[in-house]
Design a binder for this molecule. Structure first.
Ligand code: ADP
Length: 292
């Protein structure tokens, strides 16, 4: 279990990126959802011991993470938002090199680990190709292979599916889903479907605060009877925004489909829809003060 208590992070320029974050994260996949600028990367970097928060506590099991960051790093796998290094050496050679840095010093053992991981992330067939020529999806899968080196008990992946096409995204999410259940895996993302498809527990971060936390299925159930939909002309949008609590709008076949939140039937041609995680997300980030 990862326990974060009252975490605050203020950058040198005065930006308060984390404003009292408390969160208990059990083993399994945990989705941290939030818009750009919410503070997700700041939180991930604090947990990964890459930056020291201004105040607060982080414990991983019995370990005081901020007191003994080097101990946490022994059981940490981290795929940063921008992995960044794609040299002209082969996937095999690079993973082998990273395995040396992780302390796997015996050549035979290292070869076994590297080969197993390359197979696990489905890059075995291209193990001798240069990373520089890999597609976005292949790079992210390589990123997971390096994060899995040394059997980590805590894995952090920061915005891993941004920019992947649907097939690559699916492959990548399936790979994450296959990581052991006794490992804490934190998936930070602004893509609602990533969390909906994969995570038994989640939290929404916005403005440096946790706005909502729980099991996606329970949270969606709480929306029952509160989300209403109507197809309108684009020109009517402003009037609907003024009259109702609009949570989303999208174009469909040239018309605008709006979702609103209302505790009873608003009439006016609206029909009830079963709420989705996306509805919940938009509701939460648009009314953060109320949700906090
Ligand atoms: P997210 O990952 O959710 O997009 P970030 O943690 O990157 O959010 O950013 C949270 C806030 O902190 C933003 O306002 C961002 O501009 C600011 N921020 C992030 N990194 C730095 C930094 N190194 N120095 C100053 N401000 C930063």
């Amino acid at each position: 279990m990862l326990r974060i208590t009252d975490l605050v992070h203020v950058y040198g320029n005065g930006v308060r990126a984390l404003d009292g974050v408390s969160l208990d994260i059990p083993p399994g996949m945990f989705g941290l959802l939030g818009p750009n600028g919410a503070g997700k990367s700041s939180l991930m970097r604090c947990i990964a011991t890459l930056q020291t928060p201004t105040s607060g506590q982080i414990r991983f099991g019995d370990l005081d993470v901020l007191g003994q960051p080097e101990k946490l790093r022994e059981s940490l796998g981290y795929l940063p938002q921008d992995f960044g290094v794609y040299p002209r050496i082969s996937a095999y050679a690079m993973l082998d090199h990273l395995a040396v840095l992780k302390g796997i010093s015996k050549a035979g053992e290292r070869n076994d680990v590297v080969c197993t991981l390359l197979q696990q992330v489905n890059l075995w067939g291209v193990r001798n190709k240069a990373l520089a020529g890999f597609s976005g999806g292949m790079r992210q899968r390589f990123g997971i292979a390096q994060a899995l080196l040394g059997n980590p008990k805590l894995i952090i992946v920061d915005e891993p599916t941004a920019g992947l096409d649907p097939e690559e995204r699916n492959r990548f999410l399936n790979l994450l889903a296959g990581i052991g259940e006794d490992v804490v895996v934190i998936l930070s993302t602004h893509i609602v479907e990533d969390v909906a498809d994969l995570c038994p527990r989640m939290a929404i971060l916005a403005g440096g605060r946790i706005q909502l936390e729980g099991a996606p299925l329970d949270l969606i159930t709480s929306l029952k009877g509160r989300i209403w939909k109507k197809t309108i002309e684009r020109g009517e949008l402003e009037a609907y925004k003024a009259k109702y609590t609009l949570i989303s709008q999208r174009l469909f076949a040239g018309k605008t489909v709006v979702h609103i939140v209302a505790d009873s039937d608003p009439g006016d041609g609206f029909e009830a829809v079963s709420g989705s995680l996306e509805d919940l997300y938009f509701m939460t980030i648009q009314t953060p003060a109320k949700a906090a």
